[in-house]
Design a protein around this ligand. Sequence first.
Ligand SMILES: O=C(O)c1cc2cc(O)c(O)cc2[nH]1
Length: 509
Amino acid sequence: QFPRECVTPEILRSAQCCPSVFGQVNNPCGVNTGRGQCVPVRVDLRPHGPQYPHDGRDDRERWPFKFFNRTCQCNSNFSGYNCGRCRHGFTGLNCDQPVPVVRRNVMTLSPAEKRAFVNALDRAKRATHPDVVIATRRYEEVFGPDGNSTQFQNITVYNYFVWAHYYSVSKTFLGGGQPSFGGVDFSHEGPGFLTWHRYHLLQLERDMQDMLQDPGFALPYWDFAIGGNQCDICTDDLMGARSSFDDGAISSNSIFSRWQVICESVDDYDTLGTICNSTENGPIRRNPAGNVARPMVQKLPEPQDIKACLEVQDFDTPPFYSTSSESFRNTIEGYSVPEGIYDPIVRSLHNLAHLFLNGTGGTTHLSPNDPIFVLLHTFTDAVFDEWLRRHPESAVYPLENAPIGHNRHHNMVPFWPPVSNAEMFATAPENLGYSYEAEWPARPITLTEIITIAVVAALIVVAIIFTVTTCIVRTSSNKTEGRQPLLGEQYQCYDDQDSRHNDKTQSVV
Ligand SMILES: O=C(O)c1cc2cc(O)c(O)cc2[nH]1
């Protein structure tokens, strides 16, 4: 969540995180070379929704004010916590060379591409994050027992991806023997669901690009809307087949059978007020279509569910929550039927794909431990991008009264440097430096288009009738009168060779 350079007791107490670029001294945010400058953090103070009644009790409120109030703001295509990186989709010393970052259907990758992707994920699982460390205590305890030993830990690139999700969904610790408050979620059940997960993936993709030294590296996606009860990506060349010995385990032929999960001790965190750390302790569990107790989550979404959800007009609707009806966000998140009507017993689209996995990937605080999470969410993001393209006029993100963390200008927890929901609410190829190679169901013709087509067609028909009628009238009057034409030759109508001949004859006469 925070750069390693910013978690010393002095810097944390100063509340200013503006490191120098490339290890230079006294060059915060690369200001001397025009890369960026150190500025006050902007925090949105508009009211949030009523779901969270404990204002003042959680470090994540008004993110990241509890920890820092000054940050780097980068110029042009520079980005990152010290403006030392390029914006997504750009490379070069001056970050002025565009690089295509194209996310493709994982099933269409060649065997070599599949191997490279699996190996890259495995490398990310083991490589210590070069910049970021995670807090293992709430702010109240983060300076340590002696007040001078800050409680942060190194974490690997992939485990940071898992930890960020856990931190955003974890309960509010209230202390004093009170149970932790679970009605809070900074990344689900609100309009920020799509923008939060979009940035979450961008961050992993960028970290992996740095790790691989390949600025064109792109995460693939899993089209989970294939219906049926088969997990097509659960094969040993991709996310791992089912183990022959244990229905809930991954085959030992897959590298993912050796992955260990983090953030499993959720009861400890919630009762002791601690935070998940980077300790790994147990294998991924996965049993696709194996939840016999919930038959409704034993089948994947259908292809027509994507078509239906793309036709929902409004991005989100009051109360901007998991109970919203006729909301595209709540539909793709999966609390409504695919046509958009909220139904408390329904689980569709994204939620259904999670629950279908039936194990680590279906448990909110653990789900990114299963690498299927990455592919499931790139597809969800691809649908979001297609919706933005189809509905430019109704793509309006709520400004206030969304659940805490979900207002348009709330910074998304726990990302650093601060990034708001609004910044991720834009079409990806034009604004965010990546695109999807995907085919979508045909868009139905809108009422405006039908009216426009009807008006144009009617005008054409009227014009044809007018022209033909005029010609007939002129021709017949010329024939019957056999006298001088009333109009000059340039206005006369010709319908065949004979009439042309007649007209010429008439004009000679
Ligand atoms: O019960 C649900 O609808 C559900 C489970 C689950 C797991 C997960 O990781 C999510 O991100 C969402 C989600 N929804």
